[in-house]
Design a protein around this ligand. Structure first.
Ligand code: ZN
Length: 220
C-alpha cells in the first residue's frame, strides 16, 4: 500500500486511500489549454500505484509529451460524507505540494474522442508528492502560495486565492458523491504555466513557508 509522510511530532506514515484530482480550477490555466470553465469542479481519480514520494520521476514510455502540473495537495485526516463547507477544514490532516503529471498527447486524443483520462493521468509516478505538513485549525488556504522551478527557472506560480473552487468547497463537493476517508489525497488543480518534461529535467516545487520538494525526471 502506498504511503506518505505526515510531519507531525513524531512523524506519521499514512496509507494513501483514494487520489482525487480537480481539473480546470484556475482561470488562466483553463485559457492556456483552450478549455471552457466548468459549471461544477472537474473531478478525476488516479490509482494509488501512481503515487510517487521519491526524488525521481520515471517518464512513461507510452507518451512523448508528459506535462508537469504543480498543485496544492490536501491530505484528508478525518473522513466523512456530506461534509459542510464550514466544517471542511477540520477534515484536513495536512498539505503538501505535488505534480499531477499528464500525458498531454494522450489526453488530447481522449478529449477529442470523449474518452476517459485514466491512461493520460494515472500512470506510474503521475501523482508525485512531497511530505505533508499539518495545518492549524484556523488555516486560511486562500493565503497559501506555491511555485515550481524547472532547471532553475520559475515556470509556475500558484495563488490559492485564485482557485475557482476553494478547498472547503472542493471537500464539500467531493464528499457529496464519495465518502471521504482518512488518507485520501486531493490534487486541487494547476495554475497556468504547464509545460513538457524531458529526461534530465530538475524540478523544485515549493509550498511557500511550508516545504520544498525536489525531483529529477528520467527515462527508466
Ligand atoms: Zn491537474
Amino acid at each position: 500500500m502506498p504511503h506518505i509522510t505526515l510531519n507531525t511530532t513524531p512523524s506519521q506514515t499514512i496509507a494513501v486511500q483514494n487520489i482525487f484530482c480537480i481539473g480546470r480550477n484556475y482561470a488562466a490555466h483553463i485559457a492556456e489549454l483552450g478549455n471552457k470553465p466548468a459549471e461544477d469542479p472537474v473531478v478525476f481519480l488516479k490509482p494509488t500505484s501512481a503515487l510517487n514520494t521519491s526524488d525521481v520521476i520515471r517518464l512513461p514510455s507510452h507518451s512523448s509529451d508528459v506535462h508537469y502540473e504543480t498543485e496544492l495537495v490536501v491530505l484528508i485526516g478525518q473522513g466523512g460524507k456530506n461534509i459542510s463547507e464550514d466544517s471542511a477544514v477540520r477534515h484536513v490532516a495536512g498539505v503538501g505540494i505535488g505534480l499531477d503529471l499528464t500525458a498531454r498527447d494522450i489526453q488530447s486524443k481522449a478529449k477529442a474522442a470523449g474518452l476517459p483520462w485514466a491512461v493520460a493521468k494515472g500512470f506510474d509516478d503521475s501523482a508525485t508528492v512531497s511530505a505533508f505538513y499539518p495545518v492549524s485549525p484556523g488555516v486560511h488556504f486562500d493565503k497559501m502560495t506555491f511555485s515550481m522551478r524547472l532547471n532553475g527557472a520559475v515556470k509556475q506560480q500558484g495563488h490559492v486565492a485564485n482557485m475557482l473552487y476553494n478547498v472547503p468547497t472542493l471537500i464539500a463537493h467531493l464528499s457529496r458523491m464519495f465518502t471521504l476517508q482518512a488518507g485520501d489525497l486531493i490534487f486541487t488543480g494547476t495554475p497556468e504555466g504547464v509545460g513538457p518534461l524531458t529526461p534530465g529535467d530538475e524540478l523544485s516545487m515549493e509550498l511557500t513557508g511550508v516545504c520544498v520538494h525536489a525531483v529529477s525526471a528520467l527515462v527508466p
